[in-house]
Design a binder for this molecule. Structure first.
Ligand SMILES: Cc1cc2nc3c(=O)[nH]c(=O)nc-3n(C[C@H](O)[C@H](O)[C@H](O)COP(=O)(O)O)c2cc1C
Length: 220
């Protein structure tokens, strides 16, 4: 599965099979998480075989079942752009997981914050978690805002690479599917911004990663 296929087949999955993640997949995930820690400066942690975090009232309310593994997105409070970096590198891991045949769901609210097992230092913050495992289903395609609300470049003025990036941005997961981002061009450089709001900085990092992976162009 190439990266564009991973982007279009990825949907939030909240119900998982009771099957543990294989050693082969753990080795691949651990290696990727380690490289993301180094590159981002964040303290990503893989938590395996720990069902308690998704055994809370909130998690059941969020319709999560059989979540036994998650990625904790942890960062130093002093790190500038911590949320955006968490979104960007977290989405890199999410798409690689999709390519391995695993499913995921970004979770900022509906999990047991006091039951989660990541190690969080006094100078650190848990940004969010990402549920991961073998899905009982593949999830569903989300509804998207119309392209005119998300981008001000006319179709006829769009280079093909930009169109590819925009489609991938529209497929990106955002908190509550809020899609509070805007894509434009500054000369020939893509620019993605957000007006702000709950979890929109994490969303911005996720959307930028999708855009870059599909277009091959770095965003401002
Ligand atoms: C930063 C972030 C936080 C999220 N938090 C939750 C959550 O607390 N509970 C939940 O069920 N889904 C959560 N989601 C999943 C979104 O609802 C989902 O990504 C969105 O509806 C789009 O659907 P899709 O991921 O299937 O494309 C979150 C997504 C993001 C990006």
């Amino acid at each position: 599965m190439n990266i564009k296929e991973a982007i279009s087949t990825r949907h939030s999955v909240r119900q998982y099979l009771p099957k543990p993640i294989s050693q082969e997949h753990r080795d691949q995930l651990n290696e990727l998480v380690e490289s993301c820690r180094k590159e981002s400066g964040l303290n990503f942690q893989m938590i395996y075989d720990e069902p308690m975090c998704f055994n809370s009232f909130l998690a059941h309310y969020g319709k999560f079942t059989n979540v036994k593994n998650y990625i904790a997105v942890v960062g130093k409070k002093s790190l500038e752009n911590m949320e955006e970096l968490g979104g960007y590198y977290g989405e890199k891991i999410v798409l690689a997981a999709q390519q391995m045949g695993l499913n995921t769901c970004w979770v900022g609210g509906t999990y047991g914050k006091r039951k989660q097992k990541a190690e969080i230092g006094p100078d650190e913050k848990l940004i969010c978690v990402i549920a991961i495992g073998y899905g009982a289903n593949e999830g569903n395609k989300h509804r998207s805002k119309p392209v005119e609300k998300l981008c001000d470049i006319k179709g006829s003025d769009m280079p093909q690479w930009f169109r590819n990036g925009l489609i991938a941005a529209m497929m990106a997961p955002t908190a509550l599917n809020q899609q509070k981002f805007f894509v434009t061009l500054d000369g020939d450089e893509p620019v993605i911004t957000t007006k702000g709001g709950m979890m929109t900085k994490i969303d911005l990092g996720i959307v930028k990663y999708n855009f870059e992976a599909a277009s091959g162009h770095k965003c401002k």
